[in-house]
Write a protein that binds this ligand. Structure first.
Ligand SMILES: Cc1cc2nc3c(=O)[nH]c(=O)nc-3n(C[C@H](O)[C@H](O)[C@H](O)COP(=O)(O)OP(=O)(O)OC[C@H]3O[C@@H](n4cnc5c(N)ncnc54)[C@H](O)[C@@H]3O)c2cc1C
Length: 306
């Protein structure tokens, strides 16, 4: 039996990462979750997403970067993405990870790199979402976000919170005081029970509690989930509180529950698809397998089929 924890453990193995990213058949199996290797392939995928009535968030895959030069290359990549979004007219913002900008080297470096990208987004009237990574960096990610938010307005930079963390409800309450635009997700990393609820029912109950706080706040937030129960709870709460469909957006991942993405868009909800691309797909891809271990068999079947 392939378990979530085993897949999340493998997602952090550098040796496997090197092997998998060099081995062509592995690359092929990522296409369900990863839009392509470069910006242009991703622009084409986003055009199709826009055609179906959804918006997107561009994500260049890379995390836990360990050299300053590589963090600078990441900044250049994001400046290119922001320019291509304008040139092509696609409806997309961008998502970044602070470890991609050097958080593992020096928090100040990550802040400066992120600031360059956020300043460019501000200049172009676009929006940067700071993804949330594992709990070792939750506090520093929130601190850097607060600094960015003090320099840029509500509609230029936003943050992510994870309902599996015990601290999250309190973080949401504090972030709403600024205020901040928040993406609410369940959380994708392997966390110890001291920091995260081990029981899925608690994660879901916290998700619903936080969703209500977000919807009540009057700020435009992202409700990121493929869980039909979380979606139904959001739809029901919005209707009960007379909160319009334009007041928030649902967010889902590229390649996950496309039927649901299209259905919600047809029903008039704002739907944003998170679209990752790039050569460093391994940890992202493994986290997607961990969310639904049945995906492992789907992927292996396709590999054998060629
Ligand atoms: C737009 C977006 C941005 C995100 N950003 C972050 C972030 O910054 N930090 C972070 O920690 N996490 C992030 N996540 C991931 C998130 O934390 C969850 O791990 C992921 O969304 C699965 O949780 P779920 O809410 O879909 O519910 P689950 O209870 O995990 O899944 C509900 C149902 O959705 C379907 N499903 C879910 N995942 C998959 C999959 N991989 N393949 C196939 N079917 C699936 C299945 O039918 C499953 O039964 C993001 C998710 C989204 C949608």
């Amino acid at each position: 039996m392939v378990t979530r924890n085993a897949l999340l453990f493998l997602s952090r193995r550098e040796g496997l990462k090197d092997f998998a990213t060099r081995f062509a058949p592995f690359k092929k199996m990522t296409t369900r979750f990863v839009a392509g290797e470069d910006i242009e392939e991703t622009v084409a995928a986003i055009r199709e997403i826009n055609r179906l009535g959804c918006t997107a968030s561009f994500d260049h895959l890379n995390e836990s970067v360990t050299s300053v030069a590589e963090t600078e290359a990441e900044v250049r990549e994001y400046l290119k993405i922001l320019a291509r979004i304008d040139e092509t007219g696609i409806k997309s913002n961008v998502s970044i990870k602070l470890t991609q900008f050097g958080l593992g080297i020096d928090a100040e470096l990550a802040y400066r790199n992120a600031r360059t990208v956020v300043a460019e987004a501000a200049r172009r009237g676009n929006f940067v979402r700071v993804d949330m990574e594992d709990s070792a960096v939750t506090q520093v990610t929130l601190d850097i976000f607060r600094r960015l938010r003090s320099e840029f307005d509500l509609n230029t930079v936003g943050i992510v919170v994870q309902s599996y963390l015990r601290r999250t409800e309190s973080d949401v309450r504090e972030l709403l005081k600024i205020p901040a635009r928040i993406r609410l997700c369940k959380g994708a990393y392997n966390e110890p029970p001291e920091v995260a609820f081990p029981d899925k029912r608690d994660v879901d109950a916290n998700y619903v509690r936080c969703m209500k706080l977000l919807l009540e706040s009057g700020v435009y937030h992202g409700i990121a989930t493929h869980d039909e129960r979380m979606i139904a709870a959001t739809v029901e709460y919005a209707e009960r509180q007379r909160i319009g469909k334009e007041a928030f957006e649902f967010q889902m991942l590229y390649g996950v529950r496309r039927d649901l993405q299209e259905r919600l868009a047809r029903e008039g909800y704002n739907v944003r698809i998170y679209v990752p691309y790039g050569k460093h797909w391994y940890p992202y891809f493994m986290r997607r397998l961990a969310e639904r271990p049945a995906n492992v068999w789907f992927v292996l079947k396709n590999m054998v089929k060629g």
